[in-house]
Design a protein around this ligand. Structure first.
Ligand code: 6PG
Length: 486
């Protein structure tokens, strides 16, 4: 390895990256490969030195050992990207940086921070005359290197100088960068959180489709992988469908079995899906697809409960006899597409609700546009979402957009056959089923919520409104049952 010494140059780097684990390292390389002079720093010098030794030929790196030198090596206004583990480490790095920064400098947190933390940090740095940009970055290690989807929040002013740099390193779709200004303070990290929630829903729906094909057809992992590969040539085309086809056709070298068959069936999570569900509850937005996906991971990991239930809870099912294989595969595809539209529609509702609550003014069409490339949920149909919000920027329900209402409507009979079949044959499909229930709920002329209101009034005098006149009312349930104005 070449010996690397800290540079000591002053004011020459256009952007800096501190935190050089895989994501930070790849982001720094991406900046350098795109022609930017990049200041690099890490808590331990070895990582900085090895980055420059191994990739110094990809562009211009300015390595520093101390925070003071790192900050000094940046041109003003300084732009420092912090890429460390979300949580306490982020606060520690910010605290180290701030004494060396000057008014107008920009600190970018590119980790998966929880948006209330971003709001807090933005407030604190604004009070010191600094810009704090909480930015979602999606696409994993490869995305960071080759072009991620970037969701920066913070002030518009900071985006003026930072935006062009981020847009240059972002993924491009039809020449359009997958990066745009999202909104003030926590907006960027909020949108990234919802992205991850949708990612959970998407993954769960794909897993349910796989299980349906496995149990319905008795197909092997590799046969199902081929079905997914075929689906990836149509409306479902997306990164997650593509990698599913690949994973299902992968064979475990040690056993010769299908790889998926030797993986323990307990899904883990780092917490962004949980945050999305918690926030959905706070905002009162029914993000049932994301919630079911998050709970399905929890159920899979509930080992004592699964052991207690296995062999004890009767199934009362009959074997699933599919006579027309192709028709069944098409039904699953249509049900998957419809459920997926529901999950996205709910996620975009959540963004709208937060945008209103926090005054963020988020353009949902632009969010769909920057998710078309680079990120984990990149998909062909995101173009359709952008078009829907272009047609009607204030669209109250994506599902009801003319294109999606038609596309989902075409598959609704298939969706019902699949959910009914899964229930009859004991295949757990929480996300498929709850998405269909949401679809039927949101389109219903009248809901049994009326009965719930009546019950609440009965036991707690919680009052109700009437269909035939304005006002709130209470019935004297334990008295003469006359109605009073409340
Ligand atoms: C991305 C991903 C990424 C996330 C992983 C793992 O957009 O690049 O969302 O940020 O950390 O997907 O998430 P879980 O461990 O919670 O599944």
């Amino acid at each position: 390895m070449v010996d690397i010494a800290p540079g000591g140059q002053v004011g020459i780097a256009q952007i800096g990256v501190t935190g050089l684990a895989v994501m930070g390292r790849n982001l720094a390389r991406n900046f350098a490969r795109n022609g930017f002079t990049v200041a690099v720093h890490n808590r331990s010098w070895e990582k900085t030195a090895s980055l420059v030794a191994e990739h110094g030929d990809e562009g211009t790196f300015v390595p520093s050992e101390s925070v003071a030198d790192f900050v000094a090596s940046l041109e003003r206004p300084r732009k420092v990207v912090v890429m460390v583990k979300a949580g306490a480490a982020t606060d520690a790095v910010i605290d180290e940086l701030v004494p060396f920064l000057e008014e107008g400098d920009i600190v970018v947190d590119a980790g998966n921070a929880h948006f209330p933390d971003t709001v807090r940090r933005e407030n604190a740095l604004r009070a010191k005359g600094l810009h704090f940009v909480g930015s979602g970055v999606s696409g994993g290690e490869e995305g960071a290197l080759l072009g991620p989807s970037i969701m920066p929040g913070g002030t518009r002013e900071s985006y003026e100088s930072l935006g062009p740099i981020l847009e240059k390193i972002a993924a491009k779709v039809d020449g359009v960068p997958c990066c745009t200004y999202v909104g003030p303070d926590g907006a960027g990290h909020f949108v990234k959180m919802v992205h991850n929630g949708i990612e959970y829903a998407d993954m769960q729906l794909i897993a349910e489709a796989y299980d349906l094909l496995k149990q319905g057809l008795g197909a092997s992992a590799s046969e199902i992988g081929q079905i997914f590969a075929e689906w990836n040539t149509g409306d479902l085309e997306s990164f997650l469908i593509e990698i599913t086809a690949d994973v299902l056709q992968h064979v475990d070298a040690a056993t010769g079995s299908a790889f998926v068959d030797i993986v323990l069936d307990q899904a883990e999570q780092k917490g962004t899906g949980r945050w999305t569900v918690q926030n959905g509850l706070d905002l009162g937005v029914p993000i049932t697809g994301i919630a079911e996906a998050t709970f399905a991971r929890a159920l899979s990991g509930g080992v004592p409960q699964r052991e207690a239930a296995r062999g004890v809870l009767p199934a009362a099912t009959t074997p699933w006899e599919i006579t027309d294989r192709d028709a069944f595969v098409e039904d699953v595809r249509l049900a998957l597409y419809a459920s997926k539209v529901v999950a996205y529609s709910q996620g975009f509702d959540q963004i709208a609700a937060a945008s209103q609550q926090f005054g963020w003014d988020i353009d949902r069409g632009a969010m769909a546009r920057i998710w078309r490339g680079g990120c984990i949920i990149r998909a062909r149909f995101l173009n359709r979402i952008t078009e829907a919000y272009e047609r009607a920027p204030q669209l109250p329900l994506l599902l009801a957009d003319e294109y999606f209402a038609g596309a989902v409507g075409n598959g609704v009979a298939a969706w019902r056959r699949i959910v009914a079949g899964a229930a009859l044959h004991g295949v757990p499909t929480p996300a498929f089923s709850s998405s269909l229930a949401y679809y039927d709920g949101v389109r219903a002329e009248r809901l049994p919520a009326a009965l719930i209101q009546a019950q609440r009034d009965f036991f707690g005098a919680h009052t109700y409104r009437r269909t035939d006149r304005d006002g709130s009312f209470h019935t004297l349930w334990s008295g003469d049952r006359t109605e009073q104005d409340a």
